[in-house]
Write a protein that binds this ligand. Structure first.
Ligand SMILES: *Cc1c(COP(=O)(O)O)cnc(C)c1O
Length: 420
């Protein structure tokens, strides 16, 4: 592969998705933003939509807004996200945070598998998921416990190791589909099948996958899933998350949070809880309308781009990044902390260096590059194919090289900041 910057520009000029970059607010064109996997950029249409929601809907229509689209927004936006994750429109709703949705679905799954005492997950999982599982197991009582399968190499977990942990005592198998540190993508069909063979339910956290690659909830016969909307879906900071519950399971599962938005015939204001049919029973309280309004335009952009084309560009870009790493950074002692095989890799690449934190700080402070850092030594470079260019990737690697070669990181403190 050619490694010169002309080649990066050539790849950009041949990119069928190039026009989507103009759909985003890009205030500083010299900033190289490689953190779209933590917080996606602001779509111009989202800014317009939020302004309309403020000025017209809230400002003029006031409470009438609930009858003019607000009340059904969780299902409407959910129906669009369903297309991105390969689900039916009535299987997805947008509500609450990923953490809260995860908790709701874990508790629902445990209740649906009475007598089974085990939840299987692994040590590459995202911390909030692990904490929520610990809390859920304690709440469920009856000796319920979390079995954490360990990764042998810190990057991947073998299907066999997971399959071995799943048994007739397993109520739930839950994993993050794209691991947040290494970017490892699990074999969703195989692991789901192992769980189902043992009679367990599966819950996939799609936070680092949704909007980055095609997903197939229905084709893989997935039971339950959750995911963020502020990462590759570009929904904005703290935007509400989505949850997926397979249609035939919906009426047999129950959220542990019995709120009025999950109530059958909500506005009859009955005194006793009676769960609504379908996906609505997994809602709890009033939707956060301003944040919810911001999500829809980003989802529409992804649908316009097409998930297959998006994935093709993502793979081309992470492959390009790894080729540049090999030529320019590996000789300087930078390791690759992501799988080499693109089929096993999501849309970010982690690089490891003992001075990772200080390199990260130097990149942000004086190189106008925003990656992110994940303890202990991962510099995470997120590729968001809707707006990341090949030139961005080429330039980012050149700037990382400069920070290391010229030891620019040495003036930064290795003391960990509160937020990374
Ligand atoms: C980002 C992320 C979350 C975040 O959950 P919040 O409730 O939005 O804070 C959860 N799980 C995974 C796998 C994530 O990557």
């Amino acid at each position: 592969m050619r490694l010169d910057s002309d080649y990066a520009r050539q790849l950009d000029s041949q990119d069928p998705l190039a026009r989507f970059r103009d759909e985003f607010v890009i205030d500083d064109p010299t900033l190289i933003y490689l953190d779209g996997n933590s917080l996606g950029r602001l779509p111009k249409r989202a800014a317009t939509r939020v302004k309309e929601t403020l000025d017209h809907e809230w400002g003029r229509r006031l409470i009438r807004g609930w009858g003019e689209g607000w009340y059904t927004a969780p299902q409407r936006v959910g129906g669009k996200i369903a297309q991105i994750i390969g689900a039916r429109p009535d299987e997805v709703a947008v509500t609450d945070s990923t953490s809260v949705n995860f908790f709701k679905l874990v508790m629902a799954a445990l209740e649906a598998r009475p007598g089974r005492r085990k939840i299987v997950t692994d040590d590459l999982n995202f911390p909030t998921d692990l904490y929520l599982l610990q809390g859920a197991a304690k709440l469920a009582g009856g000796g319920c416990r979390v079995e954490v399968v360990h990764s042998a190499d810190g990057l991947t977990v073998a299907n066999e190791a997971l399959a071995e942990a799943i048994d007739s005592d397993t109520a739930l198998v839950t994993l993050t589909h794209t691991a947040f540190k290494s970017g490892y993508v699990y074999d969703m069909p195989a692991i789901t099948e192992s769980a189902h063979r043992a009679g367990a339910l599966v819950l996939w956290d799609l936070s680092h996958s949704a909007g980055a690659m095609p997903l197939a909830m229905n084709e893989c016969n997935i039971d339950l899933a959750v995911g963020c909307t502020y990462k590759y879906l570009n929904g904005g900071p703290g935007s509400p998350a989505f949850l997926f519950v397979r249609r035939d399971l919906q009426d047999g599962l129950r959220s542990p949070i019995w709120g009025w938005f999950g109530q059958k015939a909500q506005f009859e204001m009955g005194l006793d809880y009676n769960p609504a049919p379908g996906i609505n029973r997994f809602l709890a309280g009033t939707p956060t309308m301003l944040s919810l309004a911001a999500i829809e335009p980003g989802v529409e952009l992804l649908l316009e781009a097409g998930m297959d084309r998006l994935r093709a560009k993502s793979v081309a870009q992470t492959e390009y990044l790894i080729a540049l790493w090999e030529a320019m950074l590996e000789p300087l002692g930078v390791d690759l902390h992501s799988p080499r095989d693109p089929a096993q890799r999501g849309s970010h690449v982690s690089l490891g260096h003992p001075e990772g934190l200080r390199i990260d700080l130097a990149l942000i402070e004086e190189m106008n590059v925003i990656p992110d850092f994940r303890y202990p030594d991962n510099i995470r470079l997120g590729v968001a194919p809707l707006y990341t260019t090949f030139a961005d990737i080429h330039e980012a690697v050149a700037r990382i090289r400069r920070v290391i070669e010229e030891r620019l990181y040495e003036k930064y403190s290795a003391h960990r900041p509160e937020v990374t």
